[in-house]
Write a protein that binds this ligand. Structure first.
Ligand SMILES: NC(=O)c1ccc[n+]([C@@H]2O[C@H](COP(=O)([O-])OP(=O)(O)OC[C@H]3O[C@@H](n4cnc5c(N)ncnc54)[C@H](OP(=O)(O)O)[C@@H]3O)[C@@H](O)[C@H]2O)c1
Length: 486
């Protein structure tokens, strides 16, 4: 990026959780690393009445000096805050955005400023907001030397139809080229490493297929309930909130073919191909669950239906596990088991590649007499990659033991691991779209889940109860054992 380029970063919904806890701290980290242009400015917009001073105070509460020394920390914070401005207004009002435009022009140094609009607002107001912004002339398009970009957050619709509608309507204001659909799991360090692990190491790729891999498990667990996102969560449920986006994105990186290059186009072309090879899920290959009262670490927790703002008869699943089939030569017959749940026994997100048993093992007489090799890739917490291997137990006898080759990021690398939003926001600024979701990719992802989501909604299928703090519904374990897989 040209350091003399001016950029205005406009956060719509600047009073919200995402803006305050993730976006501004990430921008501050990028700023502290000297990666922002000299004329960089931040503009916050939302309905909440705040002065510039109140706004700066709110931002300051969540800034940490990960990339600034203790001595320079307070100077860096005040310099960063002096670039932040706020305007209260209505999302659907052209007049409000004309006021914002005026504020921006007064603060921007010169006319040659590029603009990034981050829609950190509920999806229900995306379209009205974009139209009002366009009506006020805020968005630059076409052959203008300056550019405008928009960042939108999931959920991108609720099914294929609503997602297509959102894409189509948003495209009236922002072209596909200008649109950055963010999925912060793609910005996580270990997720980014999946392609490197597969395509920069000769040892894995020859084994990365149905001849050597028995199953792939992608697991996401949270040990908390819905907390202050109850209203949103009950409307969307775990499949739309986590599985259709975060977990499916991870799956594409595990399963895709080698792209021709690491360009955004080539990577996303391969991701689309693998998504289009996945059969739509049917009810018999999915398990739904909902947590009931339970406890974790001696703390009692109410059941999902007793959470504040959740209707007592809700059938929204807080847990789901599904088996996906990829219909291509590489993966034919290999189950990809993806599961996500809230109110479980721990917080983790990992990929486990389970290799097949050795067909004729000279160390034991029965097939499957030894544990198989598992490659575990932990995305969070405690980023790590470990490979379970069979080893000789040191000693005079021949005794075999399962051990592990371990790569823990914390001990292996002395560098700081960037937050996902830091990496992704820098990519928006530099215009690199490799870690963002293209519209055809989004459509293909919805095609896998839309039929089953419609069936679940239409039949109001009751999820299987599981106690808060447990490993999830009993049927999920059977699904994982492939007893339900057909
Ligand atoms: N928080 C996260 O970690 C996270 C993660 C992934 C995706 N997302 C997505 O990112 C977006 C923002 O998330 P968030 O957690 O910051 O949301 P939020 O706090 O619920 O909403 C952001 C702001 O939008 C305004 N707002 C809330 N409800 C509204 C409504 N019904 N109509 C109009 N304005 C409303 C509020 O500002 P004013 O009242 O001041 O206008 C609020 O401060 C959402 O699309 C969410 O799904 C969030």
């Amino acid at each position: 990026m040209n350091k003399s380029t001016n950029i205005s970063f406009v956060v719509i919904g600047a009073s919200g959780d995402l803006a305050i806890k993730k976006i501004f701290p990430a921008l501050f980290s990028i700023y502290c690393q000297g990666l922002l242009p000299a004329g960089f400015k931040i503009f916050g917009f939302a309905r909440t009445p705040l002065s510039h001073k109140d706004f700066r105070r709110r931002i300051a509460e969540h800034l940490t000096c990960r990339y600034a020394s203790t001595e320079s920390c307070s100077t860096e914070i005040s310099e960063f805050l002096s670039r932040c401005y706020y305007l209260p207004g209505s999302y659907e009002s052209r007049e409000s955005f004309l006021d914002l435009y005026e504020l921006m022009r007064n603060q921007e140094q010169g006319l040659n400023t590029n603009r990034i609009f981050y829609l950190a607002i509920p999806p229900s107001v995306f379209l009205d907001t974009s139209r009002a912004m366009a009506g006020a002339g805020l968005v630059v398009c076409g052959s203008n030397p300056q550019w405008s970009r928009v960042v939108i957050e999931k959920p991108f619709g609720k099914d294929r139809q609503s997602s297509d509608m959102l894409t189509r309507e948003l495209a009236r204001v922002f072209s596909e080229e200008q649109t950055f659909r963010i999925d912060h799991y793609l910005g996580k360090e270990v997720t980014q490493n999946l392609m490197v692990l597969r395509f920069a190491n000769l040892v894995f790729e020859p084994l990365w297929n149905r001849n050597f891999i028995e199953s792939v498990h992608i697991t996401w667990k949270e040990d908390i309930g819905v907390r202050n996102r109850a209203g949103y969560f009950d409307e969307y449920g775990i499949i739309r909130d986590v599985i259709q986006n975060h977990l499916l994105q991870i799956l594409t990186l595990v399963a895709m073919e080698k792209p021709r290059s690491i360009s955004a186009t080539h990577i996303r072309d391969e991701k689309v191909k693998v998504l289009k090879s996945i059969s739509a899920i049917d009810m018999k290959n999915i398990v739904l669950g909902q947590y009931t009262a339970g406890e974790i670490n001696n703390n009692k927790h109410v059941g999902y239906l007793d959470e504040k703002s959740i209707p007592g008869n809700s059938t929204t699943p807080s847990f789901a596990a599904a088996v996906l089939k990829i219909n291509n030569d590489r993966w034919h017959g290999v189950p990809f088991i993806i599961s996500a749940g809230k109110g479980l026994d721990s917080r983790t997100n990992e990929v486990r590649i389970r290799f097949r048993s050795i067909p004729d093992n000279i160390f034991c007489d029965k097939p499957e007499c030894l544990p198989t090799n598992d490659l575990n890739i932990r995305i969070q917490p405690d980023e790590s990659i470990f490979l379970n291997i069979i080893n000789k137990q040191p000693g005079m006898q021949l005794s075999l033991v399962e051990t592990s080759l371990n790569l823990r990021y914390q001990s292996a690398f002395s560098t700081k691991i960037p937050e996902a939003y830091e990496r992704l926001l820098l990519d928006v600024i530099t215009g690199d779209k490799g870690l963002f979701i293209r519209s055809d990719e989004l459509a293909a992802a919805w095609d896998i889940f839309t039929p089953v989501l419609h069936e679940i909604d239409r039949l109001k299928i009751k999820p299987e109860p599981y106690p808060f703090g447990s490993i999830g519904p009993a049927s999920a374990a059977r699904l994982v054992d492939r007893k339900l897989y057909s």
